[in-house]
Design a protein around this ligand. Structure first.
Ligand SMILES: [Mn+2]
Length: 237
């Protein structure tokens, strides 16, 4: 299927719940002119945690960025891959940004990871590290269906409040920047919110099932999609 832009965020390579094979399948499923990796592509700076499948995905992304492919590959920095950009962007061969502006069919987009709008995270880094540690532990013991961690995420009022707060701040950011659409990741919660003519989309994450991603067509229509695994991949894994 041909689209203009494909956006994925929060892959968290190196973590136990990363799904590099599924991301790779997604990247191969579409034809696109632009790929935006919208932050938290890596879980942390410890590369020893990267397995073969994680490196396979990185080397595919590197191939995509070959000039002959005519695909613009963009990496927008997230809070988990903070500090990695300088070291890695040339190794993987892609351009890195704090925020990235683009226009499709006259519609002005901005893509930013979203932790900038998360005051709780910024002001309480330690508390948030502890809670994400607990969340990761739960996910680790519940890898198959991830029912427990998804239940916690769905039921947690704090999480929904955060997800909404990031949306509102991002919409305000887009208004000040005079953009039409703002796209974020970070909250791990796929979401669409609008305010007047402005639209906010969150691409969700790849550490939960179903994993989600964003597509933008040539008319600048945006959609949030759930990834559906093919039988082939299910049999192989
Ligand atoms: Mn993040």
């Amino acid at each position: 299927m041909s689209i203009n832009t494909l956006i994925v965020s929060d892959i968290h390579l190196g973590s136990h719940v990363a799904r590099p094979e599924q991301v790779l399948e997604l990247l191969k499923n579409f034809n696109y002119k632009r790929l935006i990796l919208l932050g938290d592509i890596f879980d942390d700076l410890n590369f020893r945690r990267l397995k073969k499948e994680h490196w396979n995905l990185l080397s595919y992304i590197r191939k995509l960025s070959n000039p002959g492919r005519n695909i613009e590959v963009i990496w927008v920095e997230g809070n988990h891959d903070e500090g990695l950009i300088e070291k890695l962007s040339h190794l993987i061969g892609i351009d890195a940004y704090m925020e990235f502006d683009f226009t499709i069919n006259g519609r002005k987009f901005t893509a930013i990871h979203g932790h900038q709008f998360d005051r709780f995270l910024n002001e309480n880094v330690i508390i948030s590290h502890i809670s994400s540690f607990v969340y990761n532990k739960i996910q680790k013991y519940d890898r198959e269906k991830q029912t427990i961690s998804r239940f916690i995420k769905r039921k947690s009022k704090g999480w929904l409040r955060l997800s909404n707060k990031v949306a509102d701040s991002a919409l305000e950011f887009a208004r000040r920047k005079n953009r039409d659409v703002v796209i974020c990741g970070h909250t791990h919660q796929a979401l669409l919110k609008s305010a007047g003519n402005l639209e906010y989309y969150n691409s969700g994450c790849w550490t939960d099932i179903p994993s989600t991603y964003i597509t933008i067509d040539e008319e600048a229509n945006v959609s949030i999609n759930e990834f559906i695994e093919t039988e082939n991949l299910k049999l192989a894994s």
